[in-house]
Design a protein around this ligand. Structure first.
Ligand SMILES: [Zn+2]
Ligand SMILES: [Zn+2]
Length: 250
């Protein structure tokens, strides 16, 4: 039986240097509950370390929380990676620790990079600047995410910074990806002009760095359950499953 899920597939936490200190797991879960979000993906810059707590709290609150990250490739293109189990997330974290270019974070300038528990006690701090790039190309990032069984999606492809369009000049028709994320600012004209929907399925997310922003841009998913394997099938349009970005301007 297919069901409809409302998903916010791009959410930052207190761990991202640019993420508000209000974006604690407890606040994110209560905000998501209020906004009737069924599925939420935690995608901090180049780190998965806040995922587990939010995933566990989501389970208790009846919200499916996927973990992952917003990878910054060597080309400085942001790409989302999604998983729904702890093991591949731990593997991805080791890979991120290995390939993140090590620039010391200056919390006064870039912001704090801490991760916290259910009660907002600090569990740890990332010493290296998370918005730096990984020493891995787009293709290498895609390969690693797929090797671990995840879903790989270049982020905000229409944006004038850190996107395929800004860094490569266009979205390559043969791009190694499972979907493309469009930002809230995209217009139907842009999508038609560049033919993005013909390249890959399109998704969207809020890219929330503050609680108020959470759930502002959602993707509707028609699938059998709220897991990543079903998401893969929905991206492939298998047996009536579908993925529809809810963008006001469309
Ligand atoms: Zn981004
Ligand atoms: Zn983001």
């Amino acid at each position: 039986m297919l069901q409809e899920y409302r998903a916010d597939l791009h959410v930052h936490t207190v761990l991202s240097p640019c993420g508000s200190l209000d974006m604690s797991p407890a606040r994110i879960i209560s905000e998501a509950k209020q906004k009737h979000i069924d599925i939420m993906a935690i995608t901090d810059h180049n780190s998965t370390r806040q995922c587990r707590v939010v995933m566990e709290m989501g389970r208790k609150a009846g919200i499916a929380v996927w973990g992952g990250a917003e990878l910054n490739t060597r080309e400085e293109v942001h790409c989302l990676a999604y998983f729904d189990e702890f093991e591949p997330l731990d593997e991805l974290q080791k890979w991120l620790d290995r390939w993140l270019v090590k620039i010391k974070n200056n919390p006064d300038y870039f912001g704090d990079q801490v991760w916290v528990d259910e009660e907002e006690n600090i569990l740890g701090e990332e010493p290296w600047l998370l918005i730096a790039a990984l020493d891995r190309s787009l293709d290498q990032c895609y390969e690693e995410v797929h090797r671990l069984g995840g879903v790989f999606v270049p982020a905000h492809i229409d944006r004038p910074g850190n996107s395929l369009s800004s860094q490569l000049g266009f979205v390559p028709p043969d791009i190694a990806a499972d979907a493309l994320e469009i930002s809230p600012n995209v217009t139907l004209e842009m999508i038609e002009k560049y033919g993005w929907a013909k390249i890959k399925p399109l998704i969207t997310g809020s890219d929330a760095h503050h609680p108020e922003r959470l759930g502002m841009n959602m993707t509707r998913l028609r699938m059998q359950d709220a897991g990543i394997e079903e998401f893969k099938k929905a991206l492939g349009g298998v047996d009536g499953r579908e993925v529809v970005p809810e963008i006001l301007k469309l």
